[in-house]
Structure formats: structure tokens, C-alpha cells
Design a protein around this ligand. Structure first.
Ligand SMILES: Cc1ncc(COP(=O)(O)O)c(C=O)c1O
Length: 340
């Protein structure tokens, strides 16, 4: 029997419809712009986010790095959450490859305000790097799957634009944000200049992300993709699954959010356990007061058929399409036993 895997939504298996679409995909050499399936996915992605153009990339990490390369010049300053994915989990690529200077803003649940940004932007002076780019992670991974309110995105973008900066959204889980807010994805990124979203996470495709923005921005980003070795050839075989993901896997994210609510509510009933309010498909569990050590908890859960990520006593659980309600109940029973 497959374990209940709550480590991440990146573990999702492609659906049968995806596998069929992949097998039947029409392909061509994408570096020549001749893969019809990739072209269709890019058009669909641009339409879904309300932007002019999109480029298909193997990973969210590459898409974010390309965005920084296409927006910035060497030595430019970028403003972001110190614990966002770009800062904490992309191997220092923005510094090593894009050569930008990070300015970490104060955050609550992964979010900063226009006032925080205003306080951090320094005026033109020979001593300062050139302020250039603001990165918003939505939903915020380290923020526990938190969803940026639309007004906050608009305020941050307005201020950035007034000061001559541009805004990139790391929307690895953009569609979780959209579903949680009950609005189209295009509305979530209406005021930003570029967005990267992944089809490989809760949407269930095996591989791939899309970077979207103006046509001129995407032309620059394609060049960055080539430089990074991300120019793929007959990659329509993977893009085909991305089309299925966008066409049929978005609305069902609401089920993952409902399962996360159920999981969070059940865990909150356990003694010594505190849960951050659940907004999307992440459940942040603080179990320090139970006295159970992280590696003991992970081991005890594995013995009961539930996979969780090791870390400190703040654990991130992620719901997704391959964990159903029965899996949630199994996880709750296992936690009740493992945390006592
Ligand atoms: C918020 C966020 N951004 C970017 C990424 C990078 O995506 P990838 O794993 O496809 O490189 C992730 C991956 O988990 C993520 O959570």
C-alpha cells in the first residue's frame, strides 16, 4: 500500500489523462520554436495569468532565476522575504548566476507591506546598489501556505512602480492562491510584471513551470533560459501534461484545501500541538510542547504509513491530490499515537 505522503505536493503522480496526453503529444524542436504542444501550453499559460507571453521551463528554480536575469543587471538590488524560496532554497543562484544583491525585508507569514518596502528602498547614491526588483512569493511556502491579499499586492506593486522598480511573483502555487481567494489567477497577478508558476506541484504534472510576462521580457528570459542550459527540444512530451494540469486540475485544489483544514483541526485537538491558521494546502504544526523529538516523530509516523519531512519542532504538512480523506484520517490517527 502506498504511504500517505505529506512531505510536499511535489510528490504528486501524473494522472492517467496526463500519461495519455504525453504519449500522444505532437512534438518538434522547441529551440526552433517548433514544438506545437509547448507553444499551446505557453499560450494557455499566458492567457490564464493575463499576460502577453510565457516560456516553458524545467523547474520553478530556473524560472525564478531567469526572471531575475531578465529584469536585472549585475549588481542590482532585489527586495524579498529572507526565507522565501529564492533566498533560501535556490542554491544561491540569484547571487552566483544573476549577480544581484538581496535586501531582506521584515515579514509576517512570508509577507511584507508597501511600508516595509518604502523603508528599504534607498535613494540614488554612488554607495548604493540600484534598487530594481521586488519578489513576492504567493502562496508563501515558509509562511505556511499564506495567501497575499490582493490589496497588499496592488499596494506593493504601486509603490515599486512609482519608484521605478518591477515586481516578480514566485507563484509556484499561484493557483492555490487563486482558488483560496475564489478569483481567476489573472486577478492575483494583475499588478505584477512577471509571474512564475509550477504545474509540477499541486496541479500534478510530472515536470515543468511557466514564466510569464510581457513579450519583451519573455524574449530576454528565453535568452537566459538558453544560457542556463534550459533550451529543451521535443519537450512537448512533458508540456502535454502541463496542459492537462491547467485545464483539469485547478478547481480540484479546493479539495486539498479542505483536507488541510480537516488535518489542521484534528491536530489542534492534540495536547501540546499548535497549528497556524490554515489558508491553503499547508498545515504548519508546532509540537515543541509535546516533548517529542523531530526524528522520533518522523520515524513513528513512517512506521504507521505516513511520510513527513524532518525539520525542527515546526513541521510542514502538505495536502495534495494523492492524499484523500481516508489518508487524512490515517494521518490523524498516526499523529495521535506518535505524539503521546
Ligand atoms: C515557493 C517556491 N518557489 C519555487 C520553487 C521551485 O520549484 P522547483 O522545485 O520546480 O525548482 C518551489 C519548490 O518547492 C517553491 O516552493
Amino acid at each position: 500500500m502506498r504511504p500517505v505522503d505529506l512531505r510536499s505536493d511535489t510528490v504528486t503522480q501524473p494522472t492517467d489523462a496526463m500519461r495519455r496526453a504525453m504519449a500522444a503529444a505532437e512534438v518538434g524542436d522547441d529551440v526552433y520554436g517548433e514544438d506545437p504542444t509547448i507553444n499551446s501550453l505557453e499560450e494557455l499559460a499566458a492567457e490564464r495569468v493575463g499576460m502577453e507571453a510565457a516560456v516553458f521551463v524545467p523547474s520553478g528554480t530556473m524560472g525564478n532565476c531567469m526572471a531575475i536575469m531578465a529584469h536585472c543587471e549585475r549588481g542590482d538590488e532585489i527586495f524579498l522575504d529572507p526565507r522565501c524560496h529564492i533566498m533560501s532554497s535556490e542554491a544561491g543562484g540569484p547571487a552566483v548566476i544573476a549577480s544581484v544583491w538581496p535586501n531582506a525585508l521584515p515579514v509576517t507569514n512570508g509577507q511584507f507591506t508597501a511600508a516595509d518596502l518604502a523603508a528599504a528602498i534607498r535613494g540614488p547614491n554612488v554607495h548604493n546598489p540600484r534598487p530594481r526588483l521586488v519578489c513576492i512569493e504567493n502562496t508563501s511556502n515558509n509562511g505556511g501556505g499564506s495567501v497575499w491579499p490582493l490589496e497588499r499586492i496592488a499596494e506593493v506593486s504601486r509603490l515599486a512602480h512609482e519608484r521605478g522598480l518591477v515586481v516578480h511573483m514566485d507563484g509556484a502555487r499561484l493557483f492555490n492562491a487563486a482558488v483560496a481567494l475564489g478569483v481567476p489567477a489573472a486577478q492575483v497577478c494583475a499588478s505584477v510584471d512577471s509571474v512564475m508558476f509550477c504545474v509540477s506541484k499541486g496541479l500534478g504534472a510530472p515536470v515543468g513551470s511557466l514564466l510569464c510576462g510581457s513579450r519583451a521580457f519573455i524574449d530576454r528570459a528565453r535568452r537566459a533560459r538558453k544560457m542556463l542550459g534550459g533550451g529543451m527540444r521535443q519537450a512537448g512530451v512533458i508540456a502535454a501534461a502541463g496542459i492537462v494540469a491547467l485545464e483539469s486540475m485547478v478547481d480540484r485544489l479546493a479539495e486539498d484545501h479542505a483536507n488541510a483544514q480537516r488535518l489542521g483541526a484534528g491536530l489542534a485537538d492534540l495536547r501540546g500541538v499548535r497549528i497556524q491558521p490554515v489558508e491553503t494546502n499547508f498545515v504548519m504544526v508546532d509540537y515543541a510542547d509535546t516533548g517529542v523529538a523531530p526524528k522520533d516523530l518522523v520515524g513513528r509516523m513512517r512506521e504507521r504509513g505516513v511520510l513527513c519531512s524532518a525539520g525542527g519542532t515546526r513541521m510542514r504538512l502538505v495536502t495534495h491530490k494523492d492524499v484523500d480523506q481516508a489518508g487524512i484520517e490515517q494521518a490523524l490517527t498516526a499523529f495521535a499515537a506518535a505524539l503521546t
